[in-house]
Design a protein around this ligand. Structure first.
Ligand SMILES: NC(=O)CC[C@H](N)C(=O)O
Length: 309
């Protein structure tokens, strides 16, 4: 049944286009598709390009939020970034000026994520990215490197994100210089992962911060719960409401075509208990979500009753 769902989803890979506003992402082949599922009992199901490395892009927002909450505590973080969905595109500037006092609406849009990047532990962007990469490795067991080509391509063309960072600085939300916050944010977007890595992070979140296979506590229960609430309400940009209704799984997507899913409680025999899912297919829609990955997750959720609602 899973193979059939995956084969059907693969038929949609060409309906999306690779993100072209980051020039180095534009030449990704849309034919790629990979999926990894891991459950709390250690069962793996994988198909397609599960070893291919791709950049986290917006999925880094989830990771950075967890790191910031663990390091500073939730109250400190929420003093600088709210937890309200916007219904606007991820790189929108509009509300920074229209809302008083310009506080970023949530950590899953660029304004919130650049703010979070400025508060991560470490004195330089390099130290911060190393801290976050180590944090990721505790769950994934992989070594995560920055893709320098994609980093350079984005930092050179990041005029919109730079504008957002200046607004944030003007309203006292950045804890650092504009350029350092931006470099940190883009380094983190450029960290490489595989679908297997994403599935493991999803499983850790499903375990409310405890990785079920090792029983190690990676983050607190409180951080895990707030993170999953943000993924559900803001994880898929301005399509988050639609996907909460039709799929109902805490998820986060990135413009490189990755999607991280955390299923807290699978109810059917074939997919039971806590499950992490990572999907990758670079063809994205206008909103920024991978077309084939979302088709696959929607079918999985409907077939195996994975919705949390
Ligand atoms: N939605 C995304 O994945 C966007 C991430 C990308 N690095 C940006 O800031 O534009």
């Amino acid at each position: 049944m899973l193979e059939q769902i995956i084969n059907e989803a693969k038929l949609h890979t060409k309906e999306g286009k690779p993100a072209s506003y980051i020039p180095a992402l534009a030449h990704q082949s849309v034919d790629q598709f990979g999926i990894s599922l891991i459950d709390e009992y250690g069962n793996y199901f994988e198909s397609g390009e599960t070893d291919t490395l791709f950049t986290l892009q917006s999925i880094s927002k989830v990771i950075n939020f967890m790191v910031a909450c663990e390091y500073h505590g939730l109250d400190f973080v929420l003093d600088k970034v709210d937890v309200e969905p916007t219904g606007d595109p991820f790189n929108s500037i509009m509300r920074l000026e229209s809302s008083i006092p310009g506080k970023p609406f949530n950590p899953m849009i660029n304004a919130g994520a650049i703010t979070i990047a400025s508060m991560l532990p470490g004195k330089t962007p390099e130290e911060r990215v190393a801290y976050v990469a180590n944090f990721l490795s505790r769950t994934t067991g992989s070594i995560h490197k920055v893709n320098e080509e994609i980093y350079s391509s984005e930092i050179e063309t990041s005029h919109r994100n730079r504008a957002i960072a200046y607004y944030l600085k003007a309203n006292n939300y950045l804890l650092d210089d504009v350029e350092k916050a931006l470099e940190t944010y883009i380094y983190l977007c450029s960290l490489e992962v595989s679908t297997r890595d994403l599935a493991k992070i999803g499983l850790m979140l499903a375990g409310n911060g405890i990785y079920p296979l090792t029983k190690e506590e990676i983050i607190t229960r409180q951080t895990a719960k707030v993170t999953k609430a943000l993924m559900t309400t803001c994880g898929l940009y301005n399509a988050s409401g639609k996907y909460a209704a039709y799929i109902g799984i805490p998820m986060k997507s990135g413009v490189s075509g990755g999607v991280l899913c955390s299923v807290p409680d699978g109810k059917v025999e074939q997919l039971k208990g806590k499950i992490g899912i990572g999907v990758f297919s670079p063809g994205i829609d206008e909103i920024g979500n991978s077309v084939a990955a979302m088709k696959c997750i929607e079918k999985l959720s409907k077939t195996y009753d994975l919705s949390i609602f």
